[in-house]
Structures are given as C-alpha cells and as structure tokens.
Design a protein around this ligand. Structure first.
Ligand SMILES: [Zn+2]
Length: 480
C-alpha cells in the first residue's frame, strides 16, 4: 500500500507528478463520459430536492374538476391558487413539480410502529424462526429468541428498510418503539437514534424508549430495566417514554408500572406512551381507570405534562354507553389520545369463544369526540405477520372492520392515518383542506399516466390506495 501523502516528504517529486497526471487523465475521461454517454438523470427531468411550487393538482374537499397550484416557502404552504392553464408555464422548471391532475393530500404517519422487531420473518438471519402455532405466547418466545441475536447491523438493515418503504407509501412522521431491557441493553435504542439522524431530512422519526418487559414482576430483571430506562429517558434524541403495564403479573404491579413510567415521563418533560388493556375478556377489569387516576394525581396539566398516548386498549370494545361517557369525563382536559392497532388485534386477540375485537376508532371520534388514530404496529414478525408498511392499508381495512364506507367515514379513516395520527403523537399536522402556513407535508397519489383510473378523491384512496406515490416532506421530494 502507498504511504500516506505528505507535502513535506522529499525525494518523491516524480512519483507525485505521475500521480497528478494520472488523476487529471481520469478527471478528463470522466468529463468526456459524462458529456457523451450518461443518460439524463432523474434530477435532469424532474425537480429534486426542495420544491417552490406544485402545480396542477387536485386537493381534498374540492370538486375533482378543479386544479390547484400550491406554493411553498421554508417548508410551508405559502399560497393555494386555482390553476390557470393560460398563464402557467409547462416547461420543466427547477423547483416546480407538475402534479398532472393527480390528488395531493396531507402526508401519512405511523402513530405506533416497532422499529427494532420489524421484518424478522423476512431477514435471512432469522430464517430459522418461523411461525408454527401463530399465538401470542409463540410470538413472545420467538421475538425473545430473535432479540437475543440482535446486533447493530441487522437492526439498522431492517429498520432502514421499514423507514424507506414507509416513505415510499407517503409517510413523513412516525413514532418508532425501540425496546430497552437487560438483554438488548441499548442496542435497539442506539440503532433507532442512528436511523432518526440518517432520515432527518426525509421523515420525522420520534424515538420511544420502550419497556416491553415487566418493570416490577421480576425482581432482578425489572430493576435492571428501570435502571436502563432511567438512563434512556435522559438521553438526547429520545423523544418519548413508554411501557407495557399489561405484561405485569397482577394489578398491583400494573399500577406500579404506570406510576413509575408516568413519573419518568413527567420528570423528563417527555410524552408518555402506554400499551394498555390488551385483552378482551369481559370479566377482567381494564386498567385505564386507574391509569387516568394515577396520571391526574400527578397534576399532569399543572406540571406541563406532555401528550399521553394509549395503544391497543382492546378491552374497551366491551364498554357500554355509560363507560364511554365516563371515559370522556375522566379524561377531561388531559391530552390523551388512543391508537387502535387492528391488524395485530385481529391476528392476536380472541376470546375462547372466538370473539375478536379492536378499538372502535371512528365511533370514538364521531360519537365521543375522543382523539384517536389507527396504526400498523408490527411489520413482518410473529405478532403481525400480514400487512405492509402502508398506513393506508389499515385505513382501507377499516372500511370493512368498522363498516365505515361513506364519504365522511372514509375521510375520517384517512385522517386517522394522517393528521389524527400526527396529533396522537404530538406532531404538527397538515389539514385536509390544506391551509397557508401549514407544513408542506404531502403525498401525491398515482402516476400521471393512468387516465380515468387516477384516484381523484380521498374516498377512492381509502377504498383502494394503489402503491404508486410521491412523498413530500417540508417541501422536499423524498421519493425518487
Ligand atoms: Zn405495539
């Protein structure tokens, strides 16, 4: 190997001159190849990077026959004007994206996704771990075995794949759960923080340091998890603190879990995410009442407590009218939001009588005015082997699941994977009407060449979204 170049190294002048000549020759050759041979790049044809304007698009809540031009400044919508074919210049201009009659809508969001245990069923490293029974116990065991083998390279490989695929589907924000415990220590968290940085220009990745295992039911491991979670909660880049009270062995310990983790979130000024009441049995009481009491007992509002997000909560399907009324009263002004996870619930949650259930999210929004969203939860693992990284696939499933097929219902379903999902995790959102000053976070549906089959409204998108999309995050194209 050549010694490192040093300008004050004497006696090698001829060698250096030869090197410089060789470098110049290669540069000339590269210039020649570039000017004669290379095909046009994507960026020569389409604008790349930051956009000033998106022209000729349909937007939600407007007649499909009208087209609009959206101007963007500093990553935000600066004007929305009707498209004028007479005055518009159709030559490809830098920073201008021609929407060609396609539908432009607010971008999508994963309000709840597990970054560290995605694609375990696809990654060759874990090919020996395949589903034999398809139940919750097996999913816990298989994931436990996989976690014992987690290393940075496969955490980054699988996590990167999940974020890339999500961006392709129109996602610009997500809450990513990474587990912290005595086995994985900070491996998942560190990989999550690296990916958050890697994708910061293309997607807002919130990192939730998450205790999936019991904090109190096992003396030694619980103590270690609490020590690690305390350290993680202080760490820069960790946005949210979360835990899973339902894995504790009894109600006393579940309450201890909520007390401990809510204190940790409040103390660190971070949002709280609880995976709660993940069962369906009517004779088993839900923890949500006690959880709300504990949080209120902390004077959450007076102490500037942040968003509280409650995931799963399948037991709430047993609620009667009076329980829902009580829930809205008990929540009061607390910043509580719910995230239903229908694909996981359908696969994992059933009673002995084969009753299945998932949070009735549209009903919670329409009838009780609760903040709620739906999310993908898991991709490619034993908790949820079916499904993709597309939040709209969950909205589409919702049409049948909640019997929500009207235009209004479809719009609510779209919201639950877009602006309501962002609100559920405390992210700034773009409204369906698109208003000046809002973030320029969009998804543009379809290719330009599909004619009448082009999706013209949110209803069509929720019924059948199609896979071909372009994503814009803070005025920047993030898909190529
Ligand atoms: Zn989850």
């Amino acid at each position: 190997m050549d010694p490192p170049f040093s300008p004050d190294r004497g006696g090698d002048t001829d060698q250096e001159t030869a090197k410089l000549q060789l470098a110049k020759g290669l540069a000339d050759k590269a210039k020649h190849i570039k000017s004669c041979v290379l095909p046009p790049r994507y960026s020569d044809v389409y604008p790349s990077g930051h956009l000033n304007k998106i022209i000729r698009v349909r937007i939600p809540n407007q007649p499909p026959s009208t087209l609009w031009d959206i101007s963007i400044e500093d990553g935000r919508i600066s004007s929305i004007e009707s498209y004028d074919p007479e005055s518009s210049d159709h030559r490809p201009l830098s920073g201008v994206l021609d929407g060609s009659n396609r539908l432009l809508a607010p971008s999508l969001c994963h309000a709840h996704i597990h970054l560290d245990k995605c694609f375990l069923l696809q990654d060759p490293k874990y090919s020996d771990l395949q589903i034999e029974n398809g139940d919750f116990r097996e999913a816990m065991e298989m994931t436990g075995k996989a976690k014992a083998r987690f290393e940075e390279d496969d955490l980054l490989r699988r996590g990167r794949q999940l974020i890339e695929e999500s961006i392709h589907y129109g996602v610009t924000a997500m809450r990513a759960f990474v587990e912290v415990d005595g086995g994985v220590q900070f491996k998942c968290l560190d990989a999550g923080l690296k990916l958050k940085k890697e994708f910061e220009d293309r997607c807002q990745v919130q990192i939730c340091a998450f205790a999936q295992l019991p904090l109190f039911s096992s003396h030694d491991s619980g103590e270690e998890i609490r020590r690690l979670m305390t350290e993680a909660a202080h760490q820069e880049g960790v946005d949210v603190i979360g835990s899973t009270p339902y894995v504790e062995q009894d109600e006393v310990k579940m309450k201890m879990n909520v007390r401990w983790v809510s204190m940790m979130a409040l103390f660190n000024g971070k949002p709280l995410d609880l995976h709660l009441d993940y069962f369906l049995e009517e004779d088993k009481q839900p923890l949500i009442w006690a959880a709300l009491d504990i949080i209120k007992g902390r004077n959450w509002m007076e102490r500037d407590g942040k968003q509280i997000t409650l995931g799963h909560c399948t037991r709430l399907v047993r609620f009667k009218e009076e329980d829902w009324q009580r829930l809205t009263r008990d929540i009061g002004k607390l910043p509580v939001s719910f995230v239903g996870l229908p694909t996981s619930d359908l696969f994992m949650m059933r009673t002995q009588e084969m009753v299945r259930g998932t949070l009735p999210v549209p009903e919670m929004i329409k009838t009780y005015g609760l903040e709620a969203a739906i999310a993908v939860n898991n991709v490619g693992n034993a908790f949820t082997p079916q499904g993709s990284c597309d939040p709209l696939s969950i909205a589409s499933l919702g049409v049948g699941l909640y019997q929500a097929g009207t235009k209004k219902d479809a719009e609510i379903l779209y919201e639950t994977v877009s602006l309501r999902a962002k609100a559920a995790i405390g992210c700034e959102a773009t409204s369906l009407n698109l208003a000046v000053g809002e973030p320029a976070d969009f998804v543009l549906f379809n290719r330009a060449d599909v004619g009448w089959r082009c999706r013209k409204s949110l209803v069509e998108v929720v019924y059948d979204a199609g896979a071909n999309r372009q994503t814009i995050h803070r005025g920047k194209l993030t898909t190529y």
